[in-house]
Design a protein around this ligand. Structure first.
Ligand SMILES: Nc1ncnc2c1ncn2[C@@H]1O[C@H](COP(=O)(O)OP(=O)(O)OP(=O)(O)O)[C@@H](O)[C@H]1O
Ligand SMILES: [Mg+2]
Length: 316
């Protein structure tokens, strides 16, 4: 299941898309930070598609996925005879990305020695193949992505400060999915539709209990996790309407068990309301304004209920 478009109803994400569009045409480096599965690669591809480089290559290299010893030749290529086994010339990713966009994914995993070489490419606009004698001009737009906080790594001398500033020209922070309540709803419904269509099934829908469960989960794997849960659920649920118990979220019961936060028959309306308020406040990180918005009640009503139920909740 691959989505080519960034679907979002979240105001912060919309702002990110606006910024991305306005910088797309430039050659400015973009540094995207966000938890795993938030859509960093998707955003990099979006920026490329909106740029005047769109018809040229988009090349991505995951710095964590390539063994350290092979990274340099992956990036820069090598000449025939550069080392034992180099029986013919190999073109590196930088050259492949010429006139296009190069995504350096998980850039935090790049060893310091190679950080220096990347800095040189950014400064001089040229690369050297391993074992090569001459510099080769490359015109590449660099986008870097990381789920680690690079400034922390700079402070710990694990990441070059000069390279950080070169990359951080346009910083973009993708918020975690749990902090994008509107996206939780929109993307859930979107993934249900896509899964049904791709698998030739009649369109299913999520009921209120399913959506409530989705909104109460932390989604540590963000959009990728949501996408997987929904696709699995669509395939395993024969009914046209998907409810709470059909959604199997890994780790969900373990997390919820200690606090028995499930609404079940035998509970009074008051108990259920109390739970819903608690969970919503947890979700909004105790932000009452947002909680009231999600609950569809006024802040005053929310405040009254908090007092009425003598809830112990954090301050705003
Ligand atoms: N807003 C969105 N709309 C539609 N699909 C999305 C959206 N955000 C993410 N996805 C999908 O979620 C999956 C994860 O996105 P992506 O690979 O871009 O995340 P990432 O931040 O690069 O993750 P990682 O840190 O694990 O590399 C992809 O299949 C992507 O298409
Ligand atoms: Mg990625």
């Amino acid at each position: 299941m691959t989505a080519k478009v960034i679907h979002t109803a979240d105001p912060q994400m919309k702002r990110i898309l606006e910024i991305s569009e306005s910088v797309a045409a430039s050659r400015a480096a973009v540094l995207i930070h966000g938890e795993s599965g938030t859509g960093k690669e998707l955003l990099a591809r979006y920026i490329h598609s909106k740029s005047n480089r769109a018809s040229k290559p988009f090349v991505a290299l995951n710095c964590a996925a390539v063994p350290e010893g092979l990274l340099e030749s992956e990036l820069f290529g090598y000449e025939k005879g550069a080392f034992t086994g180099a029986d013919q010339r190999k073109i590196g990713k930088f050259e492949h990305a010429h006139q296009g966009t190069f995504l350096l994914d998980e850039i935090s995993e790049l060893p310091l020695s190679l950080q220096a070489k990347i800095l040189r490419v950014l400064q001089e606009g040229e690369i050297e193949r391993v074992g090569g004698l001459k510099a080769i001009k490359v015109d590449v737009r660099i986008i870097a992505a990381s789920n680690k906080v690079l400034t922390d790594m700079v402070a710990q001398h694990q990441f070059r400060e000069d390279l950080f500033y070169r990359l951080n020209v346009i910083p973009v922070e993708i918020p975690p999915l749990r902090n994008r309540p509107r996206d939780l709803e929109l993307l859930s419904q979107f993934f249900v539709e896509v899964s049904c269509t791709e698998n030739g099934l009649a369109l299913k829908k999520l009921d209120e209990s399913a959506l409530a469960k989705i909104k109460s989960w932390r989604w540590p794997g963000n959009v990728r996790e949501l996408q997987n849960v929904i696709e699995r659920t669509v395939l395993l649920t024969a009914k046209p309407v998907i409810s709470e118990q059909d959604l199997h979220i890994e780790g969900f019961t373990a997390a919820a068990a200690g606090r028995d936060t499930t609404i079940r028959p035998g509970m009074t309306v008051e108990e259920a309301e109390r739970l819903l308020i608690l969970k919503t406040l947890e979700h909004t990180e105790q932000n009452r304004t947002r909680a009231a918005e999600l609950l569809g009640i006024s802040i005053r009503t929310l405040r009254n209920k908090i007092n009425e139920y003598k809830m112990e909740v954090g301050l705003e």
